[in-house]
Design a protein around this ligand. Structure first.
Ligand SMILES: [Fe+2]
Ligand SMILES: [Fe+2]
Length: 136
């Protein structure tokens, strides 16, 4: 079965470490989708979702420290975008843990848009800036 959320070349922000982190987030969303299609248990789904939330935090913190170190002008609005994204996946994880929601195809579509929309929008805004700072 093909991946539901394939990595596209256009997702690249030109920085190897960040592309690697984005690829890992994409892989986790694919893993959750595969688990859904395989009708895995709530516990298994919850564990994958929890890993996704934890790795999201690691990735956002990495980007935020990079933006701070280089004094990126768009830092504030980028961070606010991260805060909104954090709140959404934390709420999803909490609702799932409490048994008030299930991972559905609609939730998978939301997660795919949640990540790809941010990469192609807000993350791509720092591409030229970091490129000029010599990051690869
Ligand atoms: Fe970001
Ligand atoms: Fe990112």
């Amino acid at each position: 079965m093909g991946e539901q959320f394939p990595w596209l070349a256009e997702y690249s922000v030109g920085i190897a470490a960040i592309d690697g982190q984005h690829q890992r987030l994409v892989a986790m969303i694919n893993e959750l989708h595969q688990a859904l299609l395989a009708r895995r248990s709530r516990e298994v789904m919850g564990a994958i979702l929890s890993q996704l939330v934890d790795y999201t935090e690691l990735h956002f913190t990495f980007e935020e420290s990079l933006m701070a170190r280089y004094d990126y002008p768009g830092q504030q609005s980028h961070q606010e975008d991260h805060e909104r994204m954090r709140a959404k996946v934390l709420a999803l994880r909490d609702e799932h843990q409490a048994g008030r929601t299930v991972i559905s195809l609609a939730v998978m579509a939301f997660l795919k848009d949640w990540l790809s929309g941010h990469i192609l929008g807000t993350d791509h805004l720092y591409k030229d800036f970091f490129q000029q700072e010599g990051l690869r």
